[in-house]
Design a protein around this ligand. Structure first.
Ligand code: FCB
Length: 451
């Protein structure tokens, strides 16, 4: 797919999240987050790693923005740490915490980079978890207050807003499987958390609209195309079930104002939580859908329900995720056809590989470059077929704290030497720089030295 098939105003970006990069976990009045607590609980995170220092982005963002400029980024996606802004979850605002995001936004804009701000990327204030967390409605109410504060402060400059990142992951991996903070293991908690995340999305949309009427606002979902293992009706039904649990459970309420009728067990759990007006709130019009995608599912009918079928022939990343760019192409075309979002941004896509820094000081990561090249090609094919994709964000700008895997998985196009926190652009960084430059029709930029 030649690069000039992307529209000229297509946005090339890179993505990160607060807890994964910021560090400074105990500075300037930041409150405890569920991830601080989870990391401090023995056995939860590989090697006992924590986000206490991470990439130290909190202090080094100026240098990192200079690197983004060298890369030629149009946009940078980051998230705001709720416990930095409201250490008690609601009520008093911590001025020093909010000031950090104010400086970050100004610095991005001064360098010609559009801030894409996500209000929530899983770091709930621990006090709210102690009071019941996302399974209780009060947390959604607190989130609406927090959204109001942040949008009120940054809404004059931030033009793109995302309420939540991947509510499925936070609800299920954090509340049913116990592998992410807050580490709960209850299906009922997961369904309740998902409903309150969606509800608070609707309320936050309203807060953003009031503070920034001209902004583009939406939500980010993790979506994966579910391929039936064969064309048997049983396998097709199994794939439809997986699609329902992961994709439609979020897409349907947002775009259609209803939960999927076929997921009866989930509907039974959500029914007692539903109050009048909730579904209308959740279905408030969005300006764009953020799609995070890394892999596809192949699903067959098993004796106890759907089962995932591995493809041993395929390439897999360091996460064990199958590399299958056509899954992103199919997903984007399907979402565009079935839900007609006004715009789509691919808000995360990328790959972890076991990168090493070699004797010449460089990091050669041809697998990542190949991954990005083929997935971006898939985005281009979907766009050419009419999917309204307006931008693409590589996950991630920096190697960072990969949740339960700690620092063992490297997704960055910039390598972090953790003992020194030195930043080393990988080969994929230069490849992406050249792609962005080619799209602009400009000669490859040389590194900019700015003070
Ligand atoms: C997504 C998350 C992001 C990162 C990538 C690899 O599910 O949104 O924070 O961990 O996966």
């Amino acid at each position: 797919m030649p690069i000039d098939t992307f529209p000229s105003d297509f946005i090339w970006g890179a993505a990160t999240a607060s807890y994964q990069i910021e560090g400074a976990a105990f500075e300037d009045g930041r409150g405890e987050s569920v991830w601080d607590r989870f990391c401090a609980t023995p056995g939860k995170v590989r090697g006992g790693d924590t986000g206490a220092v991470a990439c130290d982005f909190y202090h080094r963002y100026g240098d990192d923005i200079r690197l983004m400029r060298e890369l030629g980024l149009d946009a940078f996606r980051f998230s705001i740490a709720w416990p930095r802004v409201m250490p008690d979850g609601r009520g008093a605002v911590n001025a020093a915490g909010l000031d950090f995001y104010d400086r970050l936004v100004d610095e991005l804009l001064a360098n010609g980079i559009e801030p894409f701000a996500t209000l929530f990327h899983w770091d709930t204030p621990q006090v709210l978890e102690d009071a019941g967390g996302w399974p209780v409605r009060a947390t959604a109410e607190a989130f609406a207050e927090y959204a109001e504060v942040v949008a009120g402060r940054l809404g004059d400059r931030v033009r793109w807003w995302m309420t939540h990142n991947e509510p499925w992951v936070h609800a299920w991996i954090g509340h049913a499987w116990g592998e992410h903070a807050p580490g709960r293991t209850s299906e009922a908690d997961a369904v309740a958390a998902a409903h309150h995340l969606l509800l608070s999305h609707g309320w936050a949309m309203d807060a953003i609209r009031r503070a920034a009427p001209d902004a583009q606002a939406g939500i980010v979902l993790n979506l994966a195309h579910a391929y039936p293992a064969s064309d048997s009706p049983e396998d097709e039904a199994a794939a439809w079930r997986v699609d329902g649990e992961g994709n439609r459970w979020f897409l349907d309420p947002i775009f259609r104002g209803s939960y999927p009728a076929d997921l009866l067990d989930r509907n039974e759990l959500v029914a007692p939580l539903l109050q009048d007006g909730d579904l209308e709130t959740i279905a408030a019009p969005i300006d764009f859908l953020g799609v995070n995608n890394y892999f596809r599912f192949v699903v067959g009918a098993g004796p106890n329900g759907p089962q995932f079928v591995a493809n041993p022939e395929a390439q897999h990343t360091d996460m064990g995720w199958e590399v299958h760019p056509d899954g992103l192409y199919k997903l984007l075309v399907r979402v565009a056809n079935d839900y007609a979002p006004p715009a789509i941004y691919v808000t995360e896509n990328g790959a972890a590989f076991g990168d090493v820094r070699v004797h010449d000081g460089a990091v050669h990561d041809p697998e990542r470059t190949a991954y990005l090249e083929t997935y971006i090609d898939a985005v281009g094919r979907a766009t050419a077929e009419g999917a309204p994709v307006k931008g693409y964000f590589v996950w991630s700008f920096l190697d960072n704290f990969e949740w339960g895997h700690g620092y063992s998985k490297r997704f960055g196009i910039v390598y972090i030497d953790y003992p020194t926190l030195e930043r080393v652009p990988k080969d994929s960084f230069y490849w992406y720089r050249d792609l962005i430059a080619a799209h602009r029709g400009a000669p490859t930029p040389s590194p900019v030295a700015t003070g």
